[in-house]
Design a protein around this ligand. Structure first.
Ligand code: SF4
Length: 396
């Protein structure tokens, strides 16, 4: 059970972050904390993308992110821009070279340091960042350096112990900030996201202690389906925001496209609770229970059945609720393989098959009809191993 408690309302001592303009709003420098979400439509489906942007705006979104991974996405984004005045951020995903084509149509560019290794492997990541900063400056775009636990810069990953999740994330973020500083690029913010809300708290605390001037975008990645996804995000944000950490937030939820507005409503409610001094405490046995983490889906989703599959996995796994097991369900091959590595069981969805993993090891690829019975077998085997090792309190 989640317990709501009330502390004295605090005036948040906001960190002295620099002001970063994103279209008509500003984050940082004491501005109200901005709320954002991301379209889960195919960007090339311009009507559906514009409709989702409008639904998010009606719910109160300050910034809306759209993915661009192909030239067709970039062309569609230009069309989207002509039909909305929303503050738009573009997620470059793997294809940083699209920056030049999309920057004229957006207010912010988000890149992931780990993804800069995917294309043009003969070009140094620093040269790619130099190019992105130059394009962003020319088109008056802000930048977000979006560090994500499942797609860490491999050069940083190699410098740390395998079980150190925070070290490479922080080193990667600091390294990119230093380069942007050297380049004289000022309007940037940073995000450090993990699917474990406790690590989100620790990563952002440590980052903000070293760089209190850099605005932070807060969120828990793969937070999952509501209500769990909302709660995990609230547990993290209620630790950070009252300490002055955080300038913009996203609640990432696995919901069908017509319910995306729930991300904005959840974010506003969390901010209101924090402002009123209301906390929601995690259950004392939270770490010893089944956790299903799942991505919020985006334009990269390879099969629309992904959201329904995540819901079916939650139903199927109910019998394992009292075991310390994590199951990850991811919507595509961009982040799916990496972000399922740290789960006990992971599913990442392709167009017609679902890849099933046991830790870092691939069990096989199964059709959407076959995957649930196969997952059940794996889950039962995992529980049997746990019982052999001493029952529910044994680490999975
Ligand atoms: S894992 Fe999910 S949110 Fe991440 S890129 Fe793939 S579909 Fe989008």
């Amino acid at each position: 059970m989640n317990v709501m408690s009330t502390a004295a309302r605090a005036d948040w001592p906001r960190n002295p972050t620099r002001a970063v303009a994103i279209g008509s709003i500003t984050i940082g420098a004491g501005s109200p904390i901005a709320v954002q979400s991301m379209c889960a439509t195919k960007t090339t489906d311009v009507s559906a993308t514009v409709a989702q942007i409008e639904a998010l705006q009606r719910a109160g979104a300050d910034i809306i992110r759209v993915a661009a991974d192909t030239r067709a996405d970039a062309a569609a984004l230009a069309e989207v821009r002509s039909r909305t005045s929303a503050n738009l951020s573009v997620d470059l995903q793997e294809n940083y070279r699209l920056a030049e084509a999309v920057a004229p149509h957006v207010d912010k560019i988000r890149y992931n340091p780990g993804h800069l290794y995917h294309h043009q492997t003969d070009v140094a990541w620093a040269d790619k960042v130099r190019y992105l900063a130059e394009v962003a400056s020319r088109h008056r775009c802000a930048i977000r350096v979006g560090v994500n636990c499942g797609s860490i810069d491999p050069a940083q990953r190699a410098k740390f112990a395998l079980d150190d999740r925070l070290g490479p994330m922080l080193a990667s973020a600091w390294e990119h900030c230093e380069l942007l500083d050297r380049l004289g690029f000022v309007p940037y913010c940073v995000s450090l996201k993990d699917s474990d809300w406790r690590l989100v708290v620790e990563a952002n605390r440590r980052f903000a202690a070293a760089r209190p001037d850099v605005p932070l975008h807060l969120g828990v990645t793969e937070a999952g389906m509501p209500p769990e996804g909302v709660l995990r995000t609230q547990w993290a944000l209620q630790e950070l925001i009252p300490q002055g950490i955080g300038d913009t937030i996203r609640v990432s939820l696995t919901v069908p496209g017509h319910r995306k507005h729930e991300e904005i409503e959840a974010a506003r409610k969390i901010l209101n609770d924090i402002a009123a001094g209301r906390r929601v405490e995690p259950p004392p046995d939270e770490l010893g229970r089944l956790a299903i983490v799942s991505c919020p889906s985006c334009a990269r989703v390879e099969n629309e059945a992904f959201v329904a599959l995540a819901e079916e996995v939650r139903r199927l796994a109910r019998f394992a609720e009292s075991y310390p097991i994590t199951i990850a369900v991811m919507g595509c091959r961009v982040n799916g393989p990496g972000e399922t590595d740290s789960a006990d069981l992971g599913l990442w969805c392709g167009p017609s098959r679902v890849n099933l993993k046991r830790g870092g090891e691939l069990v096989g690829a199964f059709s959407y009809d076959e995957i649930l019975p196969r997952l059940r077998l794996e889950l039962e085997a995992l529980i049997a191993r746990l019982e052999d090792r001493g029952g529910k309190n044994a680490p999975a």
